[in-house]
Design a protein around this ligand. Structure first.
Ligand code: HEC
Ligand code: HEC
Ligand code: HEC
Ligand code: HEC
Ligand code: HEC
Length: 266
């Protein structure tokens, strides 16, 4: 009996340590993952006392970013481990009207560019970037990332991104400003082709996974990226040609799959 107790005391001891370290790890994680920015900004009291503030919170909560684990400090900086407002904001979480702020209009491309590197480097080749800080053209500045994307890029919204993007072009590209008024129509055509090609692509890849050679899959996936790159560099003519080619090629693949014709690597 004594032997049994002795022999069982070791595992119990180990178990106890395990429990403690688990508890410790768990509480440590709980502390690290608590986020004062979210805790405070999500307070429903702001619906009446500071509606705009709450709206910004909601935009984030419903965005692809929230779903992907991108949080306030990834764009705003600050100290989410501090509970009170002043220490949490510190010197970094500043408003959009402060020139040093990460979300000041001309700093926004670099802020987003911390993660979307490829897109920002293409954007920087565009007329939009060139005109972004032209101070003598306040009402004719180039668009920055949030002009087109808003912060409300909800994963659930899907293609609403397209509608929003086109609506944003019209703000500056219209007959009153005389700044390329044909652009909203042209981008509409492009984005429709792009969306059609993308949905064909995902359907065909799922249904006919093994009938489409890897080489072809890679080529198609790359075509989408090239379009997005040229779009951000505002090479609209190129994007018009490429989006048409891509859609035609997607439809050709669908036709072949339906008729049982093998997809070759070209
Ligand atoms: C205890 C509440 C509280 C915490 C914690 C908090 N905020 Fe705020 N925040 C506010 C309030 C209230 C405002 C509205 C302006 C004001 O009162 O200073 C605000 C304003 C802002 C603004 C707009 C700029 C400005 O100064 O008006 C940004 C950006 C911001 N907060 C980001 C953050 C980030 C990022 C964090 C976490 C690192 C954070 N906040 C933590 C309450 C808080
Ligand atoms: C993907 C980047 C990104 C994330 C994540 C993000 N924001 Fe923002 N936020 C911005 C940008 C860019 C602006 C400026 C938009 C504009 O010009 O209206 C902004 C504006 C704001 C403003 C208004 C600032 C002002 O001066 O009026 C507040 C408040 C704010 N964000 C709070 C938050 C809080 C709180 C979180 C997390 C719950 C958060 N944001 C997450 C990019 C982000
Ligand atoms: C900390 C990294 C990070 C920052 C900073 C960031 N993003 Fe993102 N973004 C992501 C991740 C992760 C995703 C979701 C995965 C993906 O689709 O790439 C995403 C998704 C997106 C999407 C949707 C892409 C899609 O496939 O539908 C857009 C649009 C976007 N971000 C724009 C912005 C803008 C505009 C800013 C700046 C205001 C910004 N991002 C800042 C990481 C970031
Ligand atoms: C002139 C408007 C405009 C500007 C400015 C702009 N974008 Fe875009 N962006 C678009 C459009 C349109 C799409 C394609 C939308 C779709 O998928 O239907 C897109 C797509 C994206 C995507 C998704 C790419 C993918 O693979 O699906 C990301 C991420 C993104 N943009 C980030 C940014 C960032 C970061 C900036 C700033 C450097 C920026 N955009 C500036 C219009 C713009
Ligand atoms: C905030 C204003 C603004 C918004 C919004 C805007 N643009 Fe522009 N865009 C400009 C300015 C300014 C120019 C440069 C005009 C010039 O060259 O005289 C420009 C130029 C262009 C050009 C011509 C580029 C070239 O090199 O010839 C294209 C294409 C373009 N924009 C596409 C778009 C699309 C697509 C959208 C919407 C998704 C959009 N723009 C939204 C301001 C804007």
């Amino acid at each position: 009996m004594k032997n049994l107790q002795e022999s069982s005391s070791l595992p119990e001891y180990v178990l106890l340590i395990c429990c403690f370290s688990l508890l410790f790890a768990w509480s440590g994680q709980a502390v690290a993952s608590s986020n004062s920015c979210v805790d405070c900004h999500s307070n429903p009291k702001f619906v009446t006392t500071n509606k705009k503030l709450y709206t910004y919170y909601l935009r984030w909560e419903n965005s692809v970013h929230a779903h992907a684990g991108v949080t306030c400090i990834d764009c705003h900086a600050g100290h989410p481990d501090k509970a009170d407002k002043a220490s949490a904001h510190g010197n970094s979480a500043k408003g959009a009207d402060v020139a040093l702020s990460a979300v000041y209009y001309s700093n926004i491309p670099n802020t987003c560019g911390k993660c979307h590197k490829e897109i920002v480097s293409n954007y920087k080749k565009s007329k939009h970037y060139e005109y972004l800080s032209k101070d003598n053209l306040l009402e004719m500045r180039g668009a920055n990332c949030v002009t087109c994307h808003d912060m409300g890029m909800s994963a659930a919204e899907g293609n609403n991104l397209m509608t929003k993007a086109i609506a944003s072009c019209k703000i500056c590209h219209n007959y009153k400003t005389g700044n390329y008024p044909d652009i909203p129509k042209r981008i509409h055509v492009v984005l429709e082709r792009y969306a059609a090609a993308k949905s064909l692509y995902s359907n065909l890849i799922i249904q006919h996974h093994d009938k489409i050679p890897e080489q072809v899959k890679n080529r198609l996936a790359n075509s989408f990226l090239v379009i997005i790159d040229n779009l951000h560099a505002l090479r609209l003519g190129k994007v018009e040609v490429d989006s048409n080619k891509l859609l035609v090629s997607m439809k050709d693949i669908r036709r072949k799959l339906r008729k049982g014709i093998a997809i070759d690597c070209n």
